[in-house]
Design a protein around this ligand. Structure first.
Ligand code: ARG
Length: 261
């Protein structure tokens, strides 16, 4: 290993220890830096997936819920960001293709609490309706308080950040993960914080498949409904620590109040 690579791995290790959301180098290699343990997908298979762009580059995922509105994570967007944010829709490649769209309005959930990452939702209103085609479409929402059965198969998708100079994160990936019982998830995160009613967890006991850094705001879909928004987790794909998502069914009425959807 040359000196640069060595220093890089020391820095990565230090960073991974300082920030629970960063992965350690072994996981970086295993995960190839994107959605962990997933597979490549074409945007035609997930046409509601969008990239939230800031200063021209991918910063978060999001999901089209109509031709005018995107649901993303609260931590991806505050209303003061409106002029800085845009969207890329209809492209598997996060850097080019599809259409770049401008936003009219960003509405962060009024109860969004960055300390405990509660109510991690924001609605993005487009300046103009987007035209649906085979690469651009919307996803349905669950009813208010609609239950997700424990162990339900869910699909999470996104571009993530690689945190690895050897790997490109240009192309969309997805992973299939089962939803986790709320009490089981709360028990797993006892020392990290509360799993509130606005959160839903998904992942395997043994880890291996998960969302990761840069997937935030992106969709978790089960039974063709948007049940979760990528929010947080301890590391990525670690055994015993499922991914934590913002639970869409908990704010379904708020979505209607803001967007009319
Ligand atoms: N907070 C991260 C982001 O901003 C998402 C982390 C998701 N982590 C996980 N283990 N599922 O991209």
């Amino acid at each position: 290993m040359n000196l640069v690579a060595y220093l890089l791995s020391v820095v990565l290790l230090a960073v991974s220890q300082a920030f629970p959301d960063r992965r350690d180098p072994a996981e970086l290699i295993k995960s190839q830096g994107r959605i962990v343990g997933g597979f490549p997908v074409d945007i035609k298979d997930i046409p509601y997936q969008v990239s939230v762009v800031k200063y021209g580059s991918h910063t978060c995922g999001g999901a089209l819920i109509s031709s005018r509105w995107v649901l993303t994570a609260g931590h991806c967007a505050s209303s003061s960001n409106t002029p800085l944010l845009g969207l890329r829709v209809g492209s598997t490649d996060r850097n080019s293709g599809g259409q770049l769209l401008k936003l009219k309005r960003v509405v962060q959930h009024p109860n969004y609490n960055p300390t405990i990452i509660d109510y991690d939702f924001a609605l993005l209103e487009l300046q103009e309706d987007v035209t649906f085609n085979e690469r651009v479409g919307m996803v349905s929402l669950p009813e208010q308080d609609e239950v997700v059965e424990d162990g339900a198969q869910c699909r999470v998708s996104g571009w993530g950040s690689t945190q690895n100079s050897q790997e490109s994160s240009r192309y969309l990936r997805a992973a299939d993960v089962p939803s986790v019982n709320q009490e089981t998830c709360q028990a797993a995160y006892t020392y990290f914080g509360e799993i509130t009613a606005r959160m839903i967890c998904a992942g395997y006991k043994q880890g291996g498949k998960d969302a990761c850094q840069g997937d935030s705001g992106g969709p978790l879909v089960s039974d063709q409904k948007l049940v979760g928004i990528v929010s947080w987790g301890f590391g990525c794909a670690r055994a015993g620590y499922p991914g934590v998502y913002a639970r869409v069914a908990s704010v379904r009425q708020w979505v209607t109040e803001v967007s009319g959807i």
